[in-house]
Design a protein around this ligand. Structure first.
Ligand code: G6P
Length: 360
């Protein structure tokens, strides 16, 4: 490959560190001369015309799609469903009258998504691909494309593409809100700049995360990630990252759902990573952690200013409540990276995985 690691030992670490630059790049690309959002009129039209949006994706992109649903619904007030591509392909739900399909794909080549795109095109529906590779199959075959401007992502485990996808969806949501006459007090271009700065602290906080990985994950065979609302979606991604590169069995869980079964798995010393960035459910997730600690769990809270408690291992600088996943995933990415490293795993090329899966 022409892309070099430079001084980095792995592409994954380089790509984690590139995330603040990617954010600033997205801000520049989506800003016009008057500091307004720059988006093609037909894309704006397609979103505001829709009575419901169907986000279709796989893997890490599916997890960004879950956050995308929250963003578009909360900001633009358009109903959204996020679906796993391979499920949607053979088990299509009842569609609304004027659906818009959004395909989220780093590579733009994932076969499961392409299958859905072919089917919905036959039905005459409008489609938009959000991808890191314009000119890719999904980009060429959909009606419209939005570029995530992440630059080439080489490590199999996706990092910067995930945060870039969510940034672009936040911009899309605000543009749609304004076009649809929904009043909102949220400037994504400005707030993404604050996100970029917050991301940057992790360039200097690596030792702390390496220590978390060493203390919690060097010998454990499993790990739980718990969070509520937006944090829950980031927990799903955190668990996927850990599984992909360290082979530790991990599960992302909605804090309140643990007690309905999964808590049976908690034993003496089981690592449980809690995420607390959402003020309205902060006390709830703290309560959920107490429940697992009472069963012997080894707790590790990662929180955000405004939600922090004394015992928290990592406290991130505050960012807008819509954009917390873009920052809180960084400690998850780094913990997974160091866990894999400590366990001697091939970080950039994990076993059994491919960067893009072009077969069904
Ligand atoms: C593969 C990769 C994952 C990725 C998924 C979707 O399984 O290993 O990291 O999230 O495909 O890829 P896409 O390119 O469509 O985002």
């Amino acid at each position: 490959t022409d892309i070099e690691k430079g001084t980095y030992p792995h592409f994954m670490l380089k790509e984690i560190d590139e995330q603040p630059f990617v954010m600033r790049n997205i801000i520049t690309k989506y800003k016009d001369d008057n500091d307004n959002i720059k988006l093609e009129e037909p894309i704006r039209q397609a979103v505001t015309d829709a009575d419901r949006i169907y986000i279709i994706a796989a893997g890490t992109s599916y997890h960004s799609g879950l956050v995308g649903k929250e963003l578009i619904e909360k900001i633009a007030q358009i109903p959204v469903e996020t679906h796993i591509a391979s499920e949607f392909l053979y088990n299509m739900p009842l569609l609304s009258k004027k659906p818009l399909f959004i395909f989220i794909s780093q590579s733009g080549e994932t076969a499961d998504l392409r299958g859905v795109l072919v089917n919905v095109k036959k039905l005459g529906h409008t489609s938009l691909t959000i991808t890191n590779v314009p000119g890719s199959t999904l980009s060429r075959e959909a009606d419209y494309t939005l570029h995530t401007y992440g630059g080439p992502e080489i490590a199999v485990a996706s990092t910067k593409a995930y945060t870039a996808q969510m940034a672009v969806m936040a911009i899309l949501a605000v543009d749609a809100a304004r076009a649809g006459g929904v009043e909102i007090d949220f400037d994504p271009l400005q707030e993404l700049g604050i996100v970029a700065n917050a991301m940057e602290i992790f360039t200097n906080k690596k030792e702390e995360l390496e220590e978390v990985a060493r203390n919690y994950l060097s010998v454990s065979r499993n790990c739980f990630f718990i969070g509520r609302s937006m944090d829950y979606y980031v927990c799903l991604e955190g668990a996927l990252k850990l599984k992909e590169i360290s082979y530790i069995q991990a599960e992302g869980f909605a804090g309140g759902e643990l007690k309905h079964g999964t808590i049976a798995l908690i034993e003496e010393g089981t690592p449980v990573i809690g995420l607390a960035t959402q003020k309205d459910v902060n006390l709830n997730i703290r309560g959920n952690m107490k429940e697992v600690v009472a069963r012997g769990a080894n707790p590790c809270f990662i929180s955000m200013e405004g939600c922090e408690h004394e015992e928290d291992k990592i406290v991130m600088p505050a960012v807008h409540e819509y954009l917390t996943p873009l920052v809180s995933v960084l400690p998850m990415q780094l913990i997974s990276y160091y866990a894999a490293l400590h366990r001697g795993c091939d970080v950039d090329k994990p076993r059994n995985l491919a960067k893009s899966v072009t077969v069904e």
